[in-house]
Design a protein around this ligand. Structure first.
Ligand code: C2E
Ligand code: CA
Ligand code: CA
Ligand code: CA
Length: 276
């Protein structure tokens, strides 16, 4: 039994060591990812009745590690403080791209960019957005920032002030993943939000799940009374789309319309959408 215990301990430390090694390999690679041009931005349509937008999403491909999911590398980038540079880069890419699409279509259009709570805490997001909008000559109305409840839960006057300035500029503010996390309805009152994104967790069992149907219907009617534009995330089936439209949801996003794709592929979607 003693022998066994030792083996077990040895196995455990080896596993921990392997884990630490993998993690430090990831961190090292992540430090170089931006400079090595390993990051790219993909775009996913956000489809409304006669309006189209898109969400910009980060992708990372590393030769040794392969394709790493943002679910894994974003939290580490936040810890390492790399998210500031990455966030600036995504914002710039997305705004420049949106400007180019605006020129092509002459139609109302918006791009939605995720901003992490670390950015709001450690960076002047207002100054950054002002600079990027100026450099890309994208109208503020064509940009939406997606923030999670973590940003709002911070309860900081500074963040509240930044959000207010962004709204005054005309930038849209969406609360992301609504209904998960530590949802407080108070956020909807306190912060100058313009959009609400219902998390996929509430969409995935539609149209069969009666409880989800009730929740979604309540969220949509509440949001519309608060003048918030509602976007449903993770829409995968025509039946989900039909139900959401029936409930008065303004926009839908999900694999049903398209997976996140390259700028060129999204552009094809955009041009097709326009002429439908
Ligand atoms: P998110 O902001 O909630 O983004 C939506 C996620 O849902 C994306 O995952 C998207 O690919 C996925 N999705 C879209 N439609 C469907 C669908 O119909 N079914 C399913 N199952 N999934 C769908 P992705 O791209 O892997 O991103 C994961 C998360 O990583 C994002 O969640 C966001 O929190 C974070 N992230 C991605 N890019 C950025 C970024 O540029 N900055 C920051 N701060 N976070 C980012
Ligand atoms: Ca998002
Ligand atoms: Ca989301
Ligand atoms: Ca989510």
């Amino acid at each position: 039994a003693k022998e066994n215990g030792r083996n077990c301990f040895q196995f455990f430390t080896t596993a921990m060591h392997e884990h630490a090694k993998a993690r430090s390999q990831l961190e090292g690679a992540l430090h170089r990812a931006l400079a090595n041009q390993e990051l790219r931005v993909v775009y996913q349509p956000i489809v409304g009745d006669n309006r189209l937008g898109c969400e910009a999403l980060l992708r990372w491909h590393n030769d040794a590690l392969g394709e790493v999911s943002p679910v894994d590398f974003i939290p580490i980038s936040e810890e390492l403080g790399l998210i500031m540079a990455m966030g600036e880069w995504v914002l710039y890419q997305a705004c420049a791209q949106a400007r180019a699409w605006l020129n092509k279509t002459q139609q109302p259009f918006f791009v939605s960019v995720n901003v992490s709570s670390t950015q709001f805490k450690r960076q002047n997001v207002v100054a950054l957005v002002e600079k990027v909008l100026r450099d890309t000559s994208l109208p503020a109305e064509c940009l939406t920032l997606e923030i999670t409840e973590t940003v709002l839960a911070d309860n900081s006057d500074d963040i509240e002030r930044q959000l207010e300035q962004l709204r005054v500029m005309g930038v849209g503010l969406a609360i992301d993943d609504f209904g998960t996390g530590y949802s407080s309805l108070g956020y909807l009152k306190r912060f100058p939000l313009s959009k609400l994104k219902i998390d996929r967790a509430f969409i995935k069992d539609l149209p069969d799940d009666e409880e989800d149907k009730t929740l979604i219907s309540a969220i949509i009617s509440m949001a519309s009374k608060l003048n918030l534009i509602v976007i449903a995330e993770g829409v995968e089936t025509p039946a989900q789309l039909a139900l959401l439209q029936q409930l008065g949801c303004d926009y839908t996003q999900g694999y049903l319309h398209s997976k996140p794709s390259s700028a060129a592929e999204f552009e094809a979607f955009l041009l097709k959408y326009q002429t439908r």
